[in-house]
Design a protein around this ligand. Structure first.
Ligand code: IMP
Length: 196
C-alpha cells in the first residue's frame, strides 16, 4: 500500500516513514510525487485544518493520504495561539520570535497552564475520513530552556523540564504528536492486518 503525506515538512515525513516502517506501507512526501500545491489552512480547529490538507491532496491523487495539524493552546490566553501557532505575531517572526512573544504576553500571568494538540486526518483509498487526536498538558515557563526540538519546545514545561530538555524519544512518548501517531498506528495495523 502507498500512503501520501500531505506536508512539505521533511521532519514530519521522516517521522511518518519511521512510524510505518515494517507495516508494508510505503510512505511518500508530496515532493517525491512531484506535487506542489499551496493549501490555505483556514479552518478554526486542528481537526478541520488536518482535513482540509488531506482532502485537498486526496482530490488530486484519489489515493490514501495523511495530514496533520498541531499547535500550542494557553489557558490564560483563551486558547491562543492555537491553530495560529505557526503564524503567531505575523509572518515576520521565526520560532525564537514567536516564543519571545508568547513569554511577553504571559508576563505577570499566574495561571501558566497550557497544552499542545495534534490532529491527524487519514483519508483511505475509498475516500473515507478517519480522525486521530493527541494532547499533552504542561505549563509555560518563564524563559527558554534546552537545546532540542523546535517551535515552542523551549518554553513548554512538563514538570521540571522543557520539551527542549528531552531527547526526541522521550518527547515522542508523551507528546501530542506521539499520542495521535500511536492511535493512527493502531488503526493502520488493524487495516493492514498487522497485530496491534
Ligand atoms: P503545523 O502543525 O505544521 O501547522 O505547525 C504548527 C505550529 O505549532 C508549529 O510551527 C510550531 O510552532 C507549533 N508546534 C506544533 N507542535 C509542536 C511541538 O511539538 N513543539 C513545538 N512547537 C510545536
Amino acid at each position: 500500500m502507498e500512503l501520501l503525506i500531505a506536508t512539505n515538512n521533511a521532519h514530519k515525513v521522516e517521522e511518518f516513514k519511521r512510524l510505518f516502517a515494517g507495516l508494508g506501507i510505503d510512505v511518500f512526501s508530496l515532493k517525491e510525487k512531484g506535487i506542489s500545491v499551496e493549501i490555505e489552512e483556514n479552518g478554526t480547529t486542528f481537526a478541520e485544518n488536518a482535513y482540509i490538507k488531506a482532502k485537498t491532496i486526496y482530490d488530486l491523487v484519489k489515493a490514501p493520504v495523511i495530514a496533520d495539524d498541531s499547535g500550542i493552546c494557553v489557558d490564560a490566553l483563551f486558547g491562543a495561539p492555537g491553530v495560529y501557532s505557526a503564524r503567531y505575531g505575523g509572518e515576520g517572526l521565526d520560532d525564537k520570535g514567536r516564543t519571545a512573544l508568547l513569554l511577553k504576553n504571559m508576563e505577570g500571568v499566574k495561571d501558566r497552564s497550557a497544552h499542545f494538540a495534534c490532529a491527524i486526518c487519514y483519508i483511505d483509498a475509498l475516500g473515507k475520513r478517519h480522525d486521530f487526536y493527541g494532547e499533552c498538558q504542561g505549563t509555560i515557563g518563564f524563559s527558554p530552556k534546552g537545546e532540542n526540538g523546535f517551535g515552542y519546545d523551549p518554553v513548554f514545561m512538563v514538570g521540571e523540564k522543557s520539551f527542549s530538555e528531552l531527547s526526541g524519544k522521550e518527547k515522542d512518548q508523551i507528546s501530542h504528536r506521539g499520542k495521535a501517531n500511536e492511535k493512527l498506528l493502531a488503526y493502520m495495523k488493524g487495516e493492514t492486518g498487522h497485530d496491534q
